[in-house]
Design a protein around this ligand. Structure first.
Ligand SMILES: [Zn+2]
Length: 260
């Protein structure tokens, strides 16, 4: 591969290919290889002349390279938002199979309706509405996980708080991207709904961690002493949980600003 400076400060790499059939120099751009310069077998051309020739086509080259970049990005996005077939919630020992259905595909209404998640029966979810865009369907599933978390985590936290005499003032379930939980100075606890997708012992640890913050806000030795009193494995679990985000399925790791 060679590299050439284009006319507007950018540069691109290219590969030279000789062709017995070619009568003149041709430029080709493919998504897989980028720029290819096809030279007739008997072409006599200095590198300078060749690059001048490429530079003259700068606009055409960048336009096509950008288009391929865009295509590649779209393909990546599509891959991370493939419709999930099931959701496993180890924390509460539940497994849900997901069915996708568009109830009235011929009516305009159904075409426009946003995806909705309904429970069909034991361990069966159905997503209805427009599901041509996987991202919209996954947003509906995220909302379902959040509502599910709302029925589970506040009670779990409340029970633990009463048992350990560590009262908090309020609990909110969110769909955060960077933290599993948080606690403010006045005892307001936020919990990430995606905790449901983690092992039970990890969720227990996060709840304890936040409850201990109602007493001690920082992560100093006193905090760890208090936490270890309730959970002797606290430090070990904290280390293990560094891989927790990787345990989530891809579609739940996709960052969407609207979910903040
Ligand atoms: Zn903390």
């Amino acid at each position: 591969m060679e590299r050439v400076a284009l006319s507007h400060g950018q540069s691109c790499s290219y590969r030279i290919q000789t062709s017995a059939r070619s009568r003149k120099i041709r430029l080709r751009i493919t998504a897989a290889e980028g720029l290819i310069v096809i030279l007739p077998e008997n072409a006599v051309l200095s590198r300078e002349e060749l690059e001048k020739l490429i530079r003259a086509k700068s606009r055409w080259i960048t336009r096509h390279l950008q288009r391929f970049d865009q295509l590649r990005r779209t393909a990546c996005e599509a891959e991370t938002t493939t419709l999930p077939r099931s959701i496993t919630l180890p924390s509460i020992n539940e497994h849900w199979v997901i069915h996708y259905a568009t109830p009235y595909p011929t009516t305009q209404h159904a075409k426009c309706s946003a995806p909705r998640v309904t429970i069909m029966g034991q361990g069966q979810l159905q997503v209805t509405g427009q599901i041509d865009h996987p991202v919209d369907a996954t947003l509906a599933l995220r909302a379902w996980i959040r509502s599910k978390a709302n029925t589970v985590l506040p009670d779990w936290l409340g029970t633990l708080a009463r048992e350990l005499h560590l009262p908090f003032s309020r609990v909110t379930i969110r769909d955060q991207h960077t933290r599993w939980g948080s606690c403010t100075g006045n005892g307001r606890i936020s919990l990430n709904c995606k905790l449901l997708l983690l092992p039970r012992v990890w969720v227990h640890y996060v709840l304890l961690h936040e409850l201990c913050h109602t007493r001690i806000m920082n992560h100093g030795p006193h905090f760890w002493n208090l936490l270890s009193r309730y959970e002797p494995q606290a430090r070990q679990i904290s280390t293990e949980m560094r891989t927790a985000w990787q345990k989530l399925p891809d579609w739940l790791r996709t960052r969407r600003k609207s979910m903040e």
